[in-house]
Ligand binder design. Sequence first.
Ligand SMILES: CCCCCCCCCCCCCC(=O)SCCNC(=O)CCNC(=O)[C@H](O)C(C)(C)COP(=O)(O)OP(=O)(O)OC[C@H]1O[C@@H](n2cnc3c(N)ncnc32)[C@H](O)[C@@H]1OP(=O)(O)O
Ligand SMILES: Cc1cc2nc3c(=O)[nH]c(=O)nc-3n(C[C@H](O)[C@H](O)[C@H](O)COP(=O)(O)OP(=O)(O)OC[C@H]3O[C@@H](n4cnc5c(N)ncnc54)[C@H](O)[C@@H]3O)c2cc1C
Length: 648
Amino acid sequence: MNPDICRERENATFNTETLTNMLDGSAEKTRRRREIESLVINDPDFQHDDPNFMSRSERYDAAVKKSSQMIMKLRDYGISDPEEIYFYKRTARRTFHEAFGLHYTMFLPTLYSQCTPEQQKKWLPLAENFKALGTYAQTELGHGTHIRKLETTATYDPSTQEFVLNCPTVSSIKWWPGGLGKTSNHAIVLAQLYTLGKCHGLHAFIVPIRCMKTHQPLPGVTVGDIGPKFGFEEVDNGYLKLENVRIPRENMLMKYAQVEPDGSYLKPPSDKLTYGTMVFIRAMIVGESARALSKSCTIAIRYSAVRHQSELRPGEPEPQILDYQAQQYKLFPLLAAAYAFTFVGQYMSDTYHRITGHINQGDFSQLPELHALAAGLKAFTTWTANAGIEVCRMACGGHGYLCCSGLPDIYVTFTPTCTYEGENTVMMLQTARFLVKCYRQAREGQQLSGTVSYLNEQQRLQPQPVSSRPTVVNINDLASLVEAYKLRAAKLVEVAAKSLQGELQRSISQEDAWNNSSIELVRASDAHCHYVVVELFAAKLSEISDTAVHSVLNTLALLYALHGITLNSGDFLQLSQITQRIKALLVEIRPNAVALVDSFDYNDEMLNSVLGRYDGNVYESMFEWAKRSPLNRTEVRSFIIFNIIQKK
Ligand SMILES: CCCCCCCCCCCCCC(=O)SCCNC(=O)CCNC(=O)[C@H](O)C(C)(C)COP(=O)(O)OP(=O)(O)OC[C@H]1O[C@@H](n2cnc3c(N)ncnc32)[C@H](O)[C@@H]1OP(=O)(O)O
Ligand SMILES: Cc1cc2nc3c(=O)[nH]c(=O)nc-3n(C[C@H](O)[C@H](O)[C@H](O)COP(=O)(O)OP(=O)(O)OC[C@H]3O[C@@H](n4cnc5c(N)ncnc54)[C@H](O)[C@@H]3O)c2cc1C
């Protein structure tokens, strides 16, 4: 074990196992998680070479093989709890997505949430036994964001009681769905529904695309892989062109809207229920932001504890780079954000399941807030985590740029979360739409609830414009900082609403007023999400009984809140005092930095990083890894080429 990293662990002021148990929910949950992870770690079938040594086709083949092995093994172990399946898979997947990913994350959830009981009886056994292997085909070449303008059509033919599906233009070709290129034999296709000559907008249909026996594309189906991407090499994101493909009427997902045999249309209680799967994934992505950022911090902080470089005081040995204030200022606010997002991810998942429970009982009243919260927190946390992974990579110097550091793979796998499942700017504007509506309701004296109730508070406190009030904070008191974030959010929502109002008074259209206020609208959503994150971090602390753990997390929460103020100093005051306080907090966190990342409890296999190894023996393992590179399997390859050129 590297002596530096040993010393770091000896210096910690709290028990990492206590914090790990808290993150898992209990000591028993930690035990069970580790037990499941060890099933993968000790399984020779999963001890394979680094995908970075493979071609794209080899990576895809290996991913399909792994997906298949996981299915069989989970069955053999009798593991069926979704959370336990997730622990098993994320250990086997390491940093990468799996070939069957869309089947699990979108195809199955859509069947669960949008099929009638009769349809579930038919499709769930097929899908749960992987006979029907599916994807979620919504995005087209011409449209990803503006889904009301998607062009694929599903036209009802009452004479045969079938829908006829068509992609009428090049721009209507389905493009991007994961698992579409080679893997899936079915797709949930989002198409404009036409019946009795009328268009009823976007609805979901189960479309067979490949023969379940031969896996060949079915008649009228053109399907394939869209080619190499920035990452996601294991996933066959594909294209799909449908030409007069007929499916039975019963293949329209009819839990909310129906088409009768005669073609008459029965509309849903809300036309946004078709969008439900997207809300689910957005809510789950918040937890993925926490995991990607916490893995990156684990790698960068452990490496910074064993890397010695430069000279801090003349004549003294080279210090650990973790002792540089500049290195701490890069990494510790991200460590704080990783903990903050872990708690927000838990809150988002709980809130999603609570509200969808009400929706399943027919109460749709909280759907707008769920949509706004999932959209905003997905954008807020992925933008922060995305930038943070890059900071962690660069904080590791040249070795961070090596694939064996794990950081490039974490980055290229994580970064599309800022785009898919709702492009982040568009998501922030969706949240702003909800905030402006709530602001107006508060002005009219309506009582708000949930995460926007502060808009009432700010109205009651002082009727004069919120934006005129100074933000004075006690920079050592988290509750005071939460209030500052709340006031800032209220201010920026008011600024955005007033910008809209101003634009409208210039007698331009609602749409132009909206577009001309987009900067303020996005900033208002960002401030709202930032307040929600700080508020949830503070709320979590009140649940922690262990004083040592409470103390170290309180320090992180103060750092997160104060660092956020420096990033948005225009909205707050007292900058110089805050900088000094931040420096003091960095010093406070320093002895616990490694223990704090150890508490995330990532085993080396899942971390997949020679820099972030638990034992800190970086250089030895880097050299071993490099020697395994395919290019090193032969000595004279390039020399032969060089000689040929020389002889010409
Ligand atoms: C375990 C999980 C792991 C996680 C990792 C998985 C990796 C997976 C791998 C990768 C997988 C990637 C897979 C993929 O990428 S799948 C494809 C993902 N695509 C998208 O997300 C498309 C994004 N675009 C949209 O959602 C819509 O076009 C938007 C929303 C932009 C506008 O839409 P539209 O033009 O229709 O609406 P409007 O703006 O006129 O507003 C009208 C009203 O509608 C309300 N509204 C709007 N939307 C919703 C909603 N959803 N629920 C409830 N309500 C909603 C809205 O609040 C407003 O209400 P009001 O103000 O009028 O009251
Ligand atoms: C790795 C990956 C996996 C994917 N998997 C799937 C899948 O499985 N199934 C599926 O259906 N799709 C999938 N997608 C597609 C993804 O959902 C879309 O790319 C995403 O919805 C963004 O749409 P777009 O690509 O059309 O971008 P656009 O919407 O064209 O965005 C381009 C720019 O336009 C801006 N913009 C657009 N509209 C507005 C507006 N109203 N106001 C302000 N600015 C705006 C955006 O902010 C952005 O800066 C995947 C994408 C990726 C990268």
